[in-house]
Design a protein around this ligand. Sequence first.
Ligand code: 4AD
Ligand code: MG
Length: 438
Amino acid sequence: MTFQSYKGIRAVPIRRLGEHLDQEVLVQGWLANIRSKGKLHFLQIRDGSGTVQAVVAKGAIDEASFEAAGALTQEASVRIVGKAVADERAPTGVELQPTLVELVGPSVDFPITKKEHGPAFLMEHRHLWLRSKKQTAIMRIRHEVIQAIRDFFYEREFYCMDSPMFTPNACEGTTTLFNVDYFGDPAYLTQSGQLYGEASAMALGKIYVFGPAFRAEKSKTKRHLTEFWMVEPEAAYYDLDDVMSLAEDFVSTIVGRVLERRRTELEDLERDVSKLEPATSTPYPRLSYLEASKLLEKDPTFVQGDDFGAPHETLLGDAHDRPVLVHRYPRKIKSFYMKADPQAPDLALCVDMIAPEGYGEIIGGSEREDDLEVLQKRIEEHELPMEQFQWYLDLRRFGSVPHGGFGLGLERLVAWLTGAEHLRECIPFPRMLYRIYP
Ligand code: 4AD
Ligand code: MG
């Protein structure tokens, strides 16, 4: 491990200061807040890993440092050398007693102040809004979730096999495709890596795809981005039950990991963790679409046979203390590649996982149609271009096997874990209808 240093003093991330008590350390960050009282300046310094208070006392430090500290403004960058001391009152248990304060870069009239700003203003300044306490907490939780996803699949020997972003075929219907001009030929940005994931599963058995997905969602909702991240495991010889078991094992493992390792962030976000704790245990409740519909009978906006809307998902999610698996939806409202239930051919062998507290669908998955002729018929029924699916049909021509998988929307999961109001706070630079800046 190499350590960064300045003037011979070792740099320490704020999050790690507790491991360096009574040592002289270097903190490199930005000023989150300053309060001055007589001969004392109280600086809140953040460096991305956490926040610490530095108390600068006149007389205990050279005059230039005292002046520099007093002149700091919000988001000015600063180097501080000082002693890390234990302090029970500090949220991190550590306070910094500086012996040197140096301005690195000034910051004049930082646009985001302590007063309330509307979402439009914050979105316009996303590049700066990202520095705030809540936003950095959400980003660190997102980071933890991504690592938990990679570890989960690595430990279970699923190979990472990413799918292309440019594709000639639609996976999830033709209404949300983004068109691109591919050297004169029409192509699309991928809506899902699944179809290629199926080919990869026939090569490597158990795989996952993890990358961005693009959907030209033309409605403005708090649950839809036009560019979002999706993780999609796919496994040969998996049936719907295997897919459901994998999904609940996966989500419960990630929730457990975030609760274990990101307590500080959840506290910064004032997240009620008692709402997440039940989701660390499996099994999750399972309901068929028909059973779920019965729960919605009293809701006049629900039409039997239709897909659930956001309010219906909220009702279903609220009825349980942990995510719920809803399986076997009517085939006509689902994607072309889903296998029909042999017991009830109008139903698809599919599953959605619905999160509690109104966060809606976080997972969509299914067993795939593995019969060549049936799949050809589905492609025709959905009016998809047969010639672009020849490679996909080959998977059914050469050693077809039962198989299945699911896709989990990363930002939807992060929104639920962090209690974020809107998906736009759960990705560094959100892309939405009418939003491509910054
Ligand atoms: O249910 P979806 O459309 O399923 C698929 O794309 C399958 N091909 C996945 C598979 O089986 N490999 O999308 C999967 C998940 C949803 O449950 C949701 O969490 C998320 O992706 N999602 C979105 N997240 C943010 N913004 C959007 N516009 C989203 N659309 C889907
Ligand atoms: Mg879905």
